[in-house]
Design a protein around this ligand. Sequence first.
Ligand SMILES: [Fe+2]
Length: 220
Amino acid sequence: MTQLPQSLHELQAIFDRWAQTIQKIKSHNERIAFICAELPTLSLDHRLLKKILAEIVKGKRYPDVRQATMFSNEFILYINNQRLFSARLYIYEPKQYTPIHDHNSWGVYGCVSKKIEVIRYRRQDDETRRGYARLQESERVYLEPGDTSVVQPLNEGIHQAGNPAAGTCVMLSIYGSPIRRLYVNEYDHMRNRVRRRYPPRLAKKRLATQALDTMEGIEG
Ligand SMILES: [Fe+2]
């Protein structure tokens, strides 16, 4: 999706400008540095962010709340048609955290309101046991409005993010071009478990495939 509603032309102008620049930058680290420099201005533009939130409340077609997302508190704002980057808004209720997970691309998290906590983990096992993962917490970062935090793809970026305080908080995240992996890993730190989390549409297809397999041979 590249075209936003006319009423949000200022947001469209920002994403178009970012896409033009990112296209010219080849290295991931420089793309990350560009977004780190740009994101604070957008995440501190509370007038624009409140406009987006008001559109959700009013049930407008953009942002489309029916769009399937990996997490239920995730709102897709923009997906570049060349997959150069995507922009997503996250709304966390007090003490709400994502599960521990990794990503298929780099990400830059920007705090819009209240406080965001990002907890990073390092994988300790050799990944030879299916379903098993041992993690060690490596860092805790607290973001205030305008602050950013970088998440690297795959094992380099295992993390969870959430709201450490009272009051609903908002995070605006930008993600780079995804690598070709159809799932993300989701970790249970306490039980040393890892499982694959598929995007909702694919997860449903996989379930139906499994059901068909079990019904093979049953007459119908
Ligand atoms: Fe994440």
